[in-house]
Design a protein around this ligand. Structure first.
Ligand code: ADP
Ligand code: ZN
Ligand code: ZN
Length: 720
């Protein structure tokens, strides 16, 4: 039989099939000197390798039924589309314990992780039944405990009475959207385009409730869950009213192995009727799938950036087609790919043009920084706005997407800058929290690319000048300035540094919600998902940095990000203002933003993409090579490119529709002493590109082995 293993080699591996081995079944085999968990893919009558060379299986695993056909098909599609070995797609998609041989071996294995989990659940359920005659108070306590333990209810049917929940009456556009979605049968991609706060969540909930009542499962993908516990609460409360307690399973990368396995199992067994999760949930087998929702479909976090570089949004659409169910893509600022499909009629477009609660959308104003004197990087009108909100007892948010104290340390005397010794990048100046409360904060230099840290030099390493200056500003420095400018205000900062400790992000967000913060400084971490009821003002700094980026998708991301931060303000109905500091107020992107005109921005941006022959009007793949020396990486890419000139390639693919660009170094060419270059492949036809990649993917491993480089191929890359 042929088995998929999580090893970086193309193809499947032959083992002797024991009687009764089934396709989709897991097993333990020895591979080289290791034992590994694999999945049976084929059981042909005669093995491809001579019988005496075929090894026996170590152990067949039957703690789970074989994976269903549609799951195997999804994995096979992803492997082919993204050019990865099947085993490297399938096995990493499983909860950790299911792919570790050690979990099944030794005295304490007790039948493996699934059996252990089931036994634990059975033990937790037992005392309840034997002690039925206890006082009501006691049994209530028990019920609570078992729910907290997350034990699996034996009967997943909706039997328990749910707490009363107040449902908002849908407004006209929400009702229209719900009606349209309820009328769908079979596969249909739908774009739900609604400004932030327009009540998209309410639409998902209504449609999900319907699907649940029909006895089918719902998969709800969100960019992230950790930062927005309210979101999980809302979905749980509303949908468990129908799906029953334990009927909503939540999956994300922050879960411990056991928790993840438990949630996954409930979904796979159909006990959970709703699967709410981040991109990794996409690969969960769901027996009764009836609807997929991808919230904030434009969010870059749907794209995995290592291993299998897949887009969970794109695979969700494939999966919906395969299962014949609708898929809802929701966003205030859809990706241009999705918007293009909605305009051309391939996707159904439903719109929620108004905010559900606030009467007025926030007023967006551009602050031209060319002719004003900035105070520590802040324009006077922005400071006045913060002062006014402080006086009114309202909160302000200052958005700066750059963490640290200052992006670089600089010597005015000789021009020295704080470069990283291991990367072609600057070291960022960071302020460490003081050891003692009120003590002096220490500064240090940190590389954001490789993590290298070092103390701030006492004097310039090149000329000895003792007066080294921070250049530019990050969130820490901004926080410090604001403290000097508004001494009475309560100021806090939310970024990757201030939220490193587990639970600290939740704490800070809770303080903001409780009104214990007057001015919040934040990076993109604050842009997502939070309704700040008392937020009256948003100031945006340094947006221009993304306007002229080398990456053609940067404007699209900037527009989405700015709309999203703006959407945090005035959610509860107070008229809110958003000020954006820019040196380019006449830019069409900013002009569209002031009008809250996503469609206008998209029209303009799509025109530019079309004339430049960029996605969604072209399809791309990116081959990246890494080596000690850039020349090695470049040479490999040049060879990979040269292969396409030969007859082998023209026999394998329609080369007339394929464009290969010159290999170029990455913008940050060296990271942690590894130098990187890339080669872009483009085509106006997806099938042509796929055909080419299939053939090319066959020769790349050989070329890379002789060139001694590491490489990866990314299909539909998000960043170039
Ligand atoms: P979105 O997901 O589009 O950003 P939400 O679904 O979070 O918007 O809705 C924003 C707020 O409006 C929420 O507090 C929600 O409870 C409320 N809301 C949604 N629909 C209605 C409605 N029809 N009537 C009143 N409030 C609503
Ligand atoms: Zn110097
Ligand atoms: Zn570095």
């Amino acid at each position: 039989m042929r088995v998929a293993l999580d090893v970086p080699l193309a193809g499947l591996f032959d083992y002797r099939a024991p009687a009764g081995a089934r396709v989709g079944q897991r097993l333990i085999v020895s591979f080289g000197r290791r034992e590994m968990v694999g999945i049976v893919i084929e059981t042909p009558a005669t093995p491809a390798v001579a019988v005496e060379q075929v090894k026996d299986v170590v152990q067949m695993l039957d703690d789970l039924p074989p994976f269903p056909d549609d799951w195997l098909k999804l994995a096979a599609f992803a492997a082919d589309y993204y050019q990865r070995p099947l085993g490297e797609v399938m096995l990493p998609a499983l909860p950790g314990p299911l792919r570790k041989p050690a979990a099944y071996q030794g005295l304490r294995a007790a039948g493996g992780p699934v059996a252990r989990l089931d036994a634990k659940a059975a033990r937790a359920a037992k005392p309840k039944r034997t002690r039925r005659k206890k006082s009501p108070a006691e049994s209530e306590e028990q019920a609570l405990t078992s729910e907290e333990n997350g034990s699996v209810p034996e009967n997943p049917e909706p039997t328990l009475p749910a707490p009363p929940i107040s449902l908002p009456t849908l407004n006209a556009s929400q009702q229209e959207a719900v009606d349209a979605l309820s009328g769908l049968s079979g596969f249909k991609p739908v774009l739900l385009h609604g400004v932030t706060g327009s009540g998209k969540t309410e639409v998902y909930l209504r449609v999900a409730e319907r699907v649940l009542r029909e006895g089918r499962q719902v998969m709800l993908l969100v960019p992230e869950i950790n930062l927005t516990p309210q979101l999980e609460q809302v979905f749980r409360r509303r949908l468990e009213a129908i799906a029953g307690p334990g009927g909503v399973a939540v999956l994300h990368s922050g879960l411990a192995d056991g928790e993840r396995l438990e949630a996954w199992l409930r979904a796979v067994r159909g006990q959970a009727r709703v699967l709410l999760g981040t991109r990794l949930s996409l690969f969960t087998p769901l027996p009764d799938l009836g609807l997929i929702v991808v919230d904030e479909e434009h969010d870059p976090s749907y794209k995995q950036q290592e291993g299998l570089r897949y887009s969970a949004r794109d695979l969700a659409i494939w999966r919906a087609r395969d299962r014949g169910v609708p898929v809802i893509l929701g966003s205030a600022t859809p990706s241009l790919e999705t918007w293009h499909h909605a305009q051309s009629g391939r996707y159904l477009l439903l719109s929620l043009p108004q905010r559900a609660l606030a009467a007025e959308p926030p007023r967006i104003r551009l602050l031209d920084t060319r002719n004003v004197k900035l105070q520590q990087g802040l324009a006077p009108p922005l400071l006045e706005a913060v002062a006014q909100r402080l006086e009114k007892g309202e909160q302000s948010l200052i958005f700066l997407n750059r963490r640290g104290y200052a992006p670089v340390l600089h010597c005015d005397a000789c021009g020295w800058v704080s470069g990283c010794p291991r990367c072609s990048a600057y070291m960022v100046l960071h302020r460490q929290p003081p050891r003692m409360p009120g003590g002096p904060g220490r500064h240090e230099l940190r590389c954001h690319h490789c993590g290298w840290q070092q103390r701030v030099p006492m004097a310039c390493p090149d000329c000895g000048n003792q007066d080294l200056q921070p250049m530019g500003r990050g969130t820490q420095r901004l926080e410090e300035h604001l403290g000097e400018l508004f001494p009475g205000a309560r100021i806090a900062r939310i970024d990757a540094d201030s939220t490193r400790r587990k639970g600290s992000a939740q704490e800070l967000f809770a303080r903001m919600h409780a009104g214990d913060i007057d001015i919040l400084v934040g990076t993109q971490m604050v842009a997502k998902g939070h309704d700040f009821q008392n937020l009256g003002f948003v100031g945006v700094l340094n947006a221009d940095a993304m306007l002229f980026s080398h990456d053609f998708r940067a404007p699209e991301r900037l527009f989405a990000q700015l709309m999203q931060v703006a959407g945090r303000a005035g959610r509860a109905g107070t008229p809110a203002e958003v000020y954006i500091q820019t040196g380019y107020p006449e830019q069409p992107l900013y002009q569209a933003l002031v009008r809250h005109d996503y469609a206008g921005f998209a029209r303009y941006a799509l025109r530019e993409r079309e004339s430049a022959g960029l996605p969604p009007f072209a399809y791309q793949a990116l081959l990246t090579a890494e080596a000690r020396e850039l020349a090695q990486a470049q040479a490999f890419l040049a060879q990979a490119r040269a292969w396409t000139d030969g007859t082998d390639s023209s026999q394998a693919a329609d080369m007339s529709r394929i464009t290969l660009y010159d290999p170029v170094p990455l913008r940050v060419v060296r990271v942690a002493n590894v130098e990187r270059a890339q080669l872009l492949v483009e085509s106006d036809s997806r099938p042509a590109l796929q055909g080419f990649l299939r053939a090319w993917g066959g020769v790349l491993p050989g070329l890379a082995a002789t060139a001694r480089v590491r490489w990866h191929l990314e299909v539909d890359p998000l960043e170039i």
